[in-house]
Design a protein around this ligand. Structure first.
Ligand code: SF4
Length: 450
């Protein structure tokens, strides 16, 4: 692609934000391969022309426009949008107009670089002739991903509820796949079922999410889970249970992590990955926690306006969190009698674990809070090993590794760090094989000790 001199930073505030998606094609990048399609269906149900972009086909472009110091997900997503635009230009020719699109790239506050991806990508797009007119639609964890501005205000609450429901359904389909694939009667049955389920659930969200007919959506999910149970061979004994934590994009994006879960399964694992809903709940929980701190501070200073402001934030984020967790509970509870899918950790419990063991603090923020506490919970629940999946140089995951290594070593729990940067690592498979050997031993020890 031909580039031109860098523009001013003005466009970072004017062309990155919560822009109305009405009458635009809303471009959704793939992170979780199921979730992005269900989310696109929710957008469509609310009248937005949403489209899921191909992924990992533009990695060369992503690398061309980055220096190599950025986080790997930034390279992948930069490549995805540039590749999409190249293809779209070739398909539409003269009628291609970048203003017809909004590229969706949310962000997170705190010390992490994820808050900078969309700004960096803005600079890249501004440097390419014509693409300065393509806006970047962003939601932020600073307000627990409120969609106000992107979706009409009168529909924003319903949209948020439906979008969260799509996250829960995608998590459940992922967990169903990981629960049944290691025990399938014939190779390929589980993958085929989930491929079919993505189409079926997308259609369910398209038809029912605007009216919040979540029970109807759950009926369909229940049917898929029932079929999943039927393809399991009951004569295959339970396998060592491996928990995954780490950076949300890498542990979810199968192309970037070189299909880590499938490789673990090849060496005899049953895997549970941390969910996406956990992160969404964490953002609401953390905003509520910050508001509580603000309230206490202002109560001491008797600043009444601030007291009111913080109290209303506590109520608002508290209600969001309560709603999300009860929706999630309802879905998992309904499916439990059919198949024992693992549930999600409660964010409040995770903070409690960190405080009790004095391991880390939510004050620092980032996914390290969830990963460190998540590993402690996996250990308590009797998992046979933990894998930390993350982009090379990822700050929160490196912290996680430093904090938990001495603990898992003391407890003789197999543990593996798997940094990824898109290159093929010749030692990776040997490391996984060794790790799984240790996990089998851990499981045997646990069975012997009853
Ligand atoms: S979590 Fe890791 S990969 Fe993501 S922005 Fe932060 S440092 Fe980068």
């Amino acid at each position: 692609m031909e580039s031109r001199p860098l523009p001013t930073f003005h466009s970072l505030s004017q062309k990155v934000g919560a822009f109305s998606a009405r009458d635009k094609t809303f471009l959704i990048p793939q992170m979780n391969r199921i979730g992005c399609h269900l989310l696109a269906a929710v957008f469509q149900a609310f009248g937005v022309r949403a489209r899921v972009m191909d992924t990992y086909k533009g990695l060369d472009l992503g690398r061309e426009f980055t220096s190599g110091k950025e986080c790997f997900p930034c390279q992948v997503t930069t490549g995805d949008i540039l590749h999409f635009l190249e293809e779209e230009k070739a398909r539409l020719g003269e009628s291609f107009d970048p203003e017809d699109y909004i590229y969706f790239m949310p962000e997170a506050g705190g010390p992490c670089r994820f808050g900078m991806y969309n700004k960096f990508q803005r600079i890249v797009l501004d440097s390419l002739p014509g693409l300065e007119n393509l806006k970047i639609g962003s939601l932020t964890s600073d307000n627990a991903y409120s969609p106000v501005g992107m979706i009409d205000e009168d529909k924003a609450t319903d949209f948020r509820k439906s979008a969260f429901m799509s996250v829960v359904a995608a998590d459940i389909l992922d967990r169903l796949l990981w629960r049944i694939r290691p025990y399938e009667r014939d190779p390929g049955l589980a993958d085929a079922l989930i491929d079919e389920a993505v189409t079926s659930m997308s259609e369910a969200f398209l038809r029912h999410s605007e009216k919040k007919e979540f029970d109807t959506i759950l009926d369909r999910l229940e049917e898929i889970v029932r079929r999943g149970g039927e393809i399991m061979d009951p004569s295959i004994p339970r396998k060592p249970l491996i928990g995954i934590v780490g950076e949300i994009y890498l542990r979810t994006h199968t192309q970037s992590n070189q299909d880590m879960i499938r490789v673990l399964e090849r060496y005899g694992a049953e895997v549970v990955n941390a969910s996406i809903a956990e992160w969404v709940n964490y953002t609401a929980y953390d905003r509520m926690r910050e508001a509580r701190i603000g309230l206490c501070r202002n109560l001491r200073l008797l600043r009444f306006r601030e007291i009111r402001n913080y109290a209303s934030k506590i109520v608002s984020y508290g209600l969001d969190l309560w709603y999300q967790q009860s929706r999630q509970d309802k879905a998992y509870r309904r499916l439990k009698p059919i198949i024992d899918l693992p549930g999600d950790h409660r964010v409040g419990d995770l903070e409690e674990v960190l405080m009790q063991k004095d391991l880390f603090s939510f004050e620092v923020g980032t996914e390290a809070c969830l990963s460190i506490a998540g590993i402690m919970e996996y250990m308590r629940e009797g998992f046979n090993g933990v894998v930390n999946v993350y982009p090379f140089t990822c700050m929160p995951s490196t912290i996680t590794s430093a904090v938990v290594r001495p603990i898992v070593n003391r407890r003789r729990l197999p543990y593996l760090d798997t940094p990824c940067d898109g290159t093929y690592q010749p030692g990776r498979e040997a490391a996984i094989r060794t790790f799984m050997y240790q996990a089998h031993q851990h499981r045997d020890r646990a069975l012997q000790s009853g």
